[in-house]
Design a protein around this ligand. Sequence first.
Ligand code: CMP
Length: 137
Amino acid sequence: MERTFAIIKPDATAAGDAGAIITRIEKEGFKIIGLKKIHLSKKQAEGFYAVHKERPFFGDLTDFMCSAPCIVMILEKENAIKDWRDLMGATNPADAAEGTMRKEFGKSIDNNATHGSDAPETAAYEMAFFFSELELV
Ligand code: CMP
């Protein structure tokens, strides 16, 4: 079993799409072992996305991530990291395949509905950023 970290971003949460996204996650065989709704501060958003701090979109990304609440989750499944990234689709919703979360719920590369860890190391960092072991069921 593998674990990955997922976010339903502020655009999707504000649009009322969180329920549909969670339903799809469960239908695809992921077990949600941690979940909370959180309104990030700018500092938390900057800490979470520190890997992107030199990128030109860092300011807009971190402003967006603290613009409204999001839902953070830990998902468990065999091949959870790859399978959640496949289910999300391409970063830019315009390039995402039919049936993916970003195609269905994303609006733009900035407002792209969901986030998922890209590798075991980032999954470990991202899960520990938001959850303690005691919170996982
Ligand atoms: P996410 O998977 O959360 O990781 C970083 C986010 O930065 C990404 O989704 C996009 O929403 C956002 N972003 C904005 N511009 C770019 C870009 N040019 N390349 C990658 N990510 C971008």
